[in-house]
Design a protein around this ligand. Structure first.
Ligand code: GLC
Length: 560
């Protein structure tokens, strides 16, 4: 057996839970660990191999847990350590692994390290963070925070600024300090010792900053800290000390990265991480790289990006495959058609990434084709990035309120954070109280209960995708070729291994289209293994295929 066949996560599908919005076991209006436990059987039915839990640690929740104030305790909003231990045990009993989110680019400013460092140059924790003197009475550099505004905040008592690439309540850690790296190893060991199976590493390619802290006259500063000078060294150090020791699976969130960097981060020699998330394919509806804009997506660019990454990672590294997470709008609303063809387009979009090489991630609610909630007023939003950007777009950029709300309805992170729709009960059965964020008002039609009762639902389709990855070897091992890169409507690619050829054909639009399979394919030896229009599986493959709106088909040819 070679390495690719040996590691469990290469044929696995991972399910992401954003606990605050997943399931409230009571009437608080926010989800909790007990709520997750109550849904383990549901996840078992779906067939997933592991759960990635976004942060559950103590936190003032300025950024919903990505601002950690204590890495060793569970946030009381979610439950207690005993609840977590039970979750781990019950999940393991059902054969489901648990992956925790580790946020170590920054801590909350309420963390005891920061509290001690603030206003006190002599604190033993001062050097855990990045402090700089003012330059000409101003912030040390012109870098921008990812959530808007300058990335430096003044500590008045010491007249020095600290760096925060995200909110000012999220202070960046100083990884140059070996004590910080030791703390990180301790945190990860603590959870690994409990039996946690893996870790998702938040914005991990931002941990190493270029040390000369200069102004960026071309951009927002990211080139001085993205994939920085010592990042590979740091990852190797952590990996060696903890991940490899415990056999943890790891997935790194890589912000604005490159293929070459990701080949190294996830190289098959396992010196750094198991796999990586990159986000290039989710910027195809940005105007000139700017997220806070409204535009139809660029289909040809989307394919070019997938081709670049699928071919480039093959044999070198390993990708996390995904459309949705807690920072991204719902894909069926974004690239599909969430009205007329919600079910068809949700299935087609799933197919087009699940048949690629990598490990697929399914974000809660994606498996039933949940849509953006369609909020129409700023009062409905909770996400700090969204409320910050609302102010900036309105007051600094002079956009009209109507335009700003339209942009938020398309791009806000709250689009994916609206509560999971479990049933047609009030608030989608998410809580018996008032939810912290409103449920989408299509919950009476789109919910888990309905999906489980309908054999043609998006849910059963995801279940089949998850099974196929385990049954059909070429999905994991095969190489990748785009068969129609210039086609303006179809995304059609081939996967090939020694014994199998798989063709994945996807119509990304609402108009029918014909496609002629290449002559070198022996289609007589092929059979359809999946399609999103129910009657298809018995069809005999033809050379010319007529695809209906958002139709997709997967053809498998066993080579002899
Ligand atoms: C990551 C998380 C996001 C968070 C940010 C800062 O991008 O996914 O939710 O706000 O890091 O920790």
């Amino acid at each position: 057996m070679n390495k690719i066949e040996k590691e469990w996560w290469r044929t696995a599908t991972i399910y992401q839970i954003y606990p605050k919005s997943f399931c409230d076991s009571g009437n608080k209006g926010t989800g909790d660990i007990k709520g997750i436990i109550s849904k383990l059987d549901y996840l078992k039915t779906l067939g997933i191999d592991a759960i990635w839990l976004t942060p559950i640690y103590q936190s003032p929740m300025i950024d919903n847990g990505y601002d950690i104030s204590d890495y060793y305790n569970v946030n009381p909003d979610f439950g207690c350590m005993a609840d977590f231990d039970l979750l781990l045990e019950m999940a393991h009993q059902k054969g489901i692994r648990i992956i925790l989110d580790i946020v170590v680019n920054h801590t909350s400013t309420e963390h005891k390290w920061f509290q001690s460092a603030l206003g006190n140059k002599e604190s033993e924790y001062r050097d855990y963070y990045i402090w700089k003197d003012p330059v000409n009475g101003q912030a040390p550099t012109n870098w921008e925070s990812k959530f808007g505004g300058n990335a430096w905040e003044l500590d008045e008592k010491t007249d020095q600024y600290y760096l925060h690439l995200f909110a000012k309540e999220q202070a960046d850690l100083n990884w140059e300090n070996p004590k910080v790296r030791d703390e990180v190893k301790d945190i990860i060991s603590f959870w690994a010792e409990k039996g946690v199976d893996g870790f998702r590493l938040d914005v991990i390619n931002l941990i190493s900053k270029q040390q000369d802290y200069q102004n960026d006259y071309q951009g927002d500063g990211r080139r001085f800290y993205t994939d920085g000078p010592r990042v590979h060294e740091y990852l190797r150090e952590i990996s060696d000390a903890v991940f490899n020791k415990y056999g943890s699976v790891t997935v790194g969130e890589m912000s604005s990265t490159t293929l070459e960097q990701c080949q190294q981060y996830s190289a098959l020699d396992s010196k750094e991480l198991s796999m990586v998330f990159n986000f290039h394919h989710l910027k195809v509806d940005y105007v000139n790289g700017e997220k806070w804009t409204q535009a139809p997506f660029d289909f040809l660019q989307l394919k070019t990006i997938f081709n670049h990454w699928q071919q480039g990672m093959s044999g070198k590294g390993w990708s996390a495959l995904f459309w949705c997470n807690h920072d991204q709008p719902r894909i069926v609303s974004r690239l599909g058609n969430d009205q007329e063809y919600r079910v068809e387009s949700a299935k087609m979009l799933a197919t087009s990434v699940h048949m690629m090489q990598g490990t697929p991630y399914v974000y809660q609610g994606e498996e039933i084709g949940m849509t953006n909630p369609g909020y129409t007023s700023i009062e409905q939003y909770r996400d700090l990035e969204s409320t910050n950007m609302y102010e900036i777009m309105l007051n600094q950029q002079g956009k009209s309120e109507e335009d700003v709300l339209a942009i938020l309805a398309q791009k806000s992170r709250d689009n994916s954070r609206s509560p999971v729709q479990w049933s047609s009960a009030p608030h989608g059965g998410f809580t018996k109280g008032i939810p912290w964020l409103e449920v989408a008002n299509n919950y009476k039609q789109v919910n888990v209960q309905q999906a489980l009762e309908d054999e043609n639902s998006v849910f059963y389709y995801y279940k089949r995708l998850i099974e196929l990855r385990k049954e059909v070897e070429v999905i994991t091992t095969g190489d990748y070729t785009d068969l129609a890169p210039e086609h303006s409507q179809l995304f059609c690619y081939q996967r090939r291994s020694e014994e199998q050829t798989l063709i994945c054909i996807n119509n990304y639009y609402g108009e029918p289209v014909e496609y002629e399979l290449p002559m070198n394919l022996v289609i007589e030896q092929g059979k359809y293994i999946l399609g999103n229009y129910p009657e298809l599986l018995t069809d005999k493959p033809q050379r010319v295929i007529k695809l209906r709106p958002y139709e997709c088909r997967v053809l498998l040819i066993e080579d002899h």
